[in-house]
Structure formats: structure tokens, C-alpha cells
Design a protein around this ligand. Structure first.
Ligand code: FES
Length: 68
């Protein structure tokens, strides 16, 4: 199975970021501190934020109702 790199600069995969979110990371700063992803060029910030948002929706299914 291919590893999907999210942060090319620091070789951090989507799987690693999702695992970090499952461990309690709640925002980009948490991901930076816990994995090192996003700490170089910053081009991966949007992808990391997208993974964080997707996990938040799964964690709190009614979040969409509150936002919209
Ligand atoms: S791709 Fe993540 S910091 Fe450059």
C-alpha cells in the first residue's frame, strides 16, 4: 500500500497525521509539535487543516449543524 505523503519536507504521511489527531492533536500547532509536519515551507498547511477538519466532523457529527 502506497504511503501518502502530506508533508514532503519532513516525510510525514497522512496516516501519521491521522494517528496524531486520534492521539489528541486539535490544530495545526499541535500537529507541528507532535510530528514536525508543517515546520518547514508550510505548503502542507492546507492539507493538514483539511485532515483536522475531516476528523472534527467525524468526532462531532453535529458540528455541521452548528456551523451552517
Ligand atoms: S511540505 Fe510540509 S513543511 Fe513543506
Amino acid at each position: 500500500m502506497a504511503r501518502k505523503l502530506v508533508c514532503v519536507c519532513n516525510f510525514i504521511t497522512e496516516k501519521e497525521i491521522l494517528a496524531t489527531i486520534a492521539e489528541g492533536a486539535r490544530d495545526l500547532e499541535d500537529i507541528k509539535l507532535m510530528t514536525g509536519a508543517g515546520t518547514s515551507c508550510g505548503k502542507c498547511h492546507a492539507a493538514i487543516n483539511s485532515l483536522l477538519a475531516g476528523a472534527a466532523v467525524k468526532r462531532e457529527p453535529d458540528v455541521q449543524r452548528r456551523l451552517f
